[in-house]
Design a protein around this ligand. Structure first.
Ligand code: PHE
Length: 463
């Protein structure tokens, strides 16, 4: 059992083992953060929301809300050293509040399950694109041919179901192997390799002729066109891409050695994650304009622009294969994080082995994934609320569940936990601690709630 002596958190150990080093932790959190959110989602959501102003709001959310919430999650996770549900319950009681804070943990478990149900479907696309690239499907392609290849692929539900199944099997496999053997090995080389590959692609997009148009689209902000819906989408994107608001980072924090600086680790992760998203945008938008494509194309954007660019490059089939392999890896290391809260909870609360828990949770997510598989074909016309079932699950999780989870996490770390506990985890009450505490107590919760209420129309316009 976990030790729980009166002298506090220092003696607690995680049941699931610990990261072997500070670097291993940074790699794992970066692996969770960097994924489809950066390369697939960021460009398409930015495109749908008009670029410029959206991107700036997103960056502001990352710095003012994302970074402090990430630090809060890690410090809560490390202090509790259990799965997010049990950690929130334990700390809620220990800090003299209530065990009901475990609701945050439970909501995170649910959010993770729902996100992974569609994340795995898109990750399945990357697997299919590995094979398509390797067999030369994109050689000499034009905007029409890549569009047609994408259209007929997502129109085929059996193909999507097959790829989704394959990806879930891979995810269950790594999660079942456990923290050190499974998670660490998978991230060690993926992030650097992906970065390198993206720099090569950036070179291509700079030479595509429409680079300045792409840069313009991304950074010249026309705030008059920005709706509160877009602001909410930018905030949701910040949460999604940083993997925060649902306990994934809290679960990883539980395995973090005592000496590691939480501020330093969070800063590295935020910089890497944001850098990769910016790179993805700078690669994709110039290509969109060079090929007269529509930036608001939707979820297929990356799957059409990149094969097009790569298909025209020398050794394109080779680079394209490598690129989608790396993207699949990036998705894989994120999927692990999405499952971790649910799996750790089943292991601790229901006394399952890790392997059993991974299979149980994985099968549930796999089944749920069919709702998204069918959203792109059989049920494509079945729309309500924000669009297809896929669109609604995405909106509900990224734009509602994660930010609201973030408010609660910030309130817990900023208002419920006493100063001594948080200062202890964050290495003393210096300037960076004061900045964190201010952002966590005021800026993050008020900012998130404000955007939220504006987007659902509950706050009146003053102008
Ligand atoms: N951050 C991941 C991405 O950008 C997605 C994710 C969200 C992973 C939440 C874990 C938890 O792809």
């Amino acid at each position: 059992m976990l030790s729980n002596e009166a002298d506090g958190s220092k003696k607690r150990k995680s049941l699931h083992g610990h990261w072997s080093s500070r670097m291993a932790f940074i790699l794992a959190v970066t692996g969770s953060a960097v994924g489809l959110g950066n390369v697939w989602k960021f460009p398409y959501v930015a495109g749908e929301n008009g670029g410029g102003a959206f991107v700036l709001v997103y960056l502001a959310c990352v710095i003012l809300v994302g970074m402090p919430v990430m630090m809060s999650e890690i410090l809560i996770g490390r202090r509790g050293r259990r799965n997010p549900v049990a950690t929130m319950k334990l700390l809620g009681e220990e800090e003299g509040s209530s065990k009901h804070w475990q609701i945050i943990g439970l909501a995170g478990v649910v959010a993770g399950i729902f996100i992974l149900s569609y994340y795995s479907v898109i990750a399945g696309w990357t697997l299919a694109y590995v094979f398509k690239s390797a067999t030369g499907a994109f050689a000499g392609s034009t905007a029409e041919t890549v569009g047609a290849i994408f259209g007929s692929f997502v129109g085929n539900w059996q193909a999507l179901a097959f790829c989704h199944t394959l990806f879930m099997a891979l995810t269950i496999f790594v999660v079942a192997r456990g923290v050190e053997r499974g998670l660490e090995q998978a991230v060690r080389f993926m992030v650097p390799a992906l970065l390198l590959m993206m720099v090569v692609l950036l070179g291509y997009s700079i030479s595509s002729g429409s680079f300045s148009q792409g840069v313009d689209f991304m950074f010249s902000a026309d705030f008059s066109k920005l709706t509160w819906d877009s602001v909410l989408a930018a905030m949701g994107q910040a949460f999604f891409t940083l993997s925060i608001g649902m306990g994934a980072i809290m679960a990883y924090g539980a395995y973090l050695p005592e000496e590691t600086s939480i501020t330093g680790a969070s800063a590295s992760v935020v910089v890497a994650d944001t850098g990769i998203a910016m790179l993805a945008g700078l690669i994709i938008f110039p290509l969109v304009f060079a090929n007269a494509l529509d930036p608001a194309e939707g979820p297929g954007l990356v799957f059409q622009t990149l094969p097009l660019a790569l298909g025209q490059m020398p050794a394109g089939a080779f680079f394209s294969t490598i690129f989608f392999v790396l993207l699949a890896f990036a998705a894989w290391t994120s999927a692990i994080g999405l499952m971790e809260p649910a799996v750790a909870w089943l292991v601790e609360h229901f006394n399952r082995t890790r392997a059993q828990a991974a299979v149980i949770v994985g099968l549930g997510i796999w089944a749920l994934g069919f709702a998204s598989v069918l959203s792109f074909n059989v049920l494509a016309d079945f729309t309500f609320g924000k669009g297809t079932i896929f669109d609604n699950i995405d909106h509900l999780t990224s734009n509602i569940m994660l930010p609201l989870g973030g408010v609660l996490i910030a309130v817990f770390a900023g208002w419920v936990m006493c100063r001594n506990s948080t200062a202890d985890e964050l290495g003393g009450a210096g300037t960076s601690y004061k900045v964190w505490r201010f952002l966590t107590r005021f800026v993050a919760p008020i900012g998130i709630l404000f955007v939220f209420l504006k987007a659902v129309g509950l706050l009146p316009d003053l102008s």
